[in-house]
Design a protein around this ligand. Structure first.
Ligand code: URA
Ligand code: URA
Length: 269
């Protein structure tokens, strides 16, 4: 590595760290110590083992999760193929084609399929593309997406290590909530993406994603922070980052939800 490359790498790491610290400061987390137990521990379900490393210390503080450990738990989980399953993300994308199955196709610029690691242990499901996503064909790249990036980084993940998708893959006009027929037409593709990726945890962002996966009439305020399941996969409902931009006081609750997710992912490695 040349000195310039080393400096660039250092600058990128510093920028990433600053980002994380900014998110944490915004949500009111001012002190981080390697041994502090995360608030999530208070809520852990009975059947979940509290996180402890071999010395008996709690290893669950956001900043005590080393890159090394993180890479281990990503690389160990493969995507076992039984040869008869729904093949690949590419084939799902191919089946969507130049979709005209619902009326959202009339106004879209790009289909926003989703992106990230096909081996992701952590998957986020949002509502549907906004203007920036429609323009670029990529999920969560606008203002809400930048907040999601900070949330992902605060969880000690890289964006490319997780998978990000939406309930509907075309932008609803004026960013309105997707309608029932649009969701029912599009959701089979999301379900196939989940089945191929087989994440350990799905975080649903906002009400439409919660309703799509859990077919519940509960409010997001009631449902958030409580573990659910979709076909054997753990689901953690939380607020949508666009909502957090409007109601920053809710960031603290979302952070608690994300801590539960981090804790589960570490304990189930
Ligand atoms: N909001 C969403 O729900 N999804 C995106 O991809 C962007 C914004
Ligand atoms: N309604 C939503 O759709 N999402 C939120 O996060 C909050 C309210």
């Amino acid at each position: 590595m040349t000195p310039k490359e080393a400096l660039d790498q250092l600058a990128r790491a510093a920028a990433e760290l600053r980002n994380q610290l900014e998110y944490l400061r915004e949500i009111g987390v001012n002190e981080l110590t390697a041994r502090s137990r995360p608030p999530a521990a208070r809520y852990s379900a009975k059947n979940e083992v509290p996180l402890a490393d071999s010395t008996g210390e709690h290893a669950a503080s956001p900043i005590s999760i080393s890159r090394g450990k993180q890479q281990t738990f990503f690389s160990e989980i493969g995507n076992p193929s039984n040869g008869t399953q729904d093949s690949s993300l590419e084939s799902i994308r191919a089946d969507i084609g130049e979709c005209t199955r619902c009326k959202l196709s009339q106004n879209r610029t790009n289909i926003v399929f989703g992106e990230g690691s096909p081996q992701a242990r952590l998957m986020f499901v949002g509502e549907g593309p906004g203007a920036d996503e429609d323009r670029t064909g990529r999920p969560f790249v606008g203002r809400a997406g930048q907040l999601l990036d900070r949330m992902i980084e605060a969880m000690k993940f890289k964006r490319e290590e997780v998978y990000i998708a939406n309930v509907v893959k075309c932008r609803p006009p004026g960013n309105r909530t997707p309608e029932r027929d649009e969701v029912s037409t599009c959701e089979p593709f999301l379900f196939r993406q989940i089945a191929v990726i087989k994440p350990a945890v799905i975080v649903t962002l906002g009400l439409p994603a919660l309703q799509c996966l859990l077919k519940t009439s509960e409010s997001i305020s009631r449902a958030r922070g409580n573990w659910r399941e979709w076909n054997g996969i753990k689901v953690m409902p939380t607020f949508h980052p666009a909502y957090l931009l409007r109601s920053p006081d809710k960031k603290r609750e979302t952070w608690e939800d994300l801590l539960k997710v981090m804790q589960f992912l570490l304990s189930s490695t």
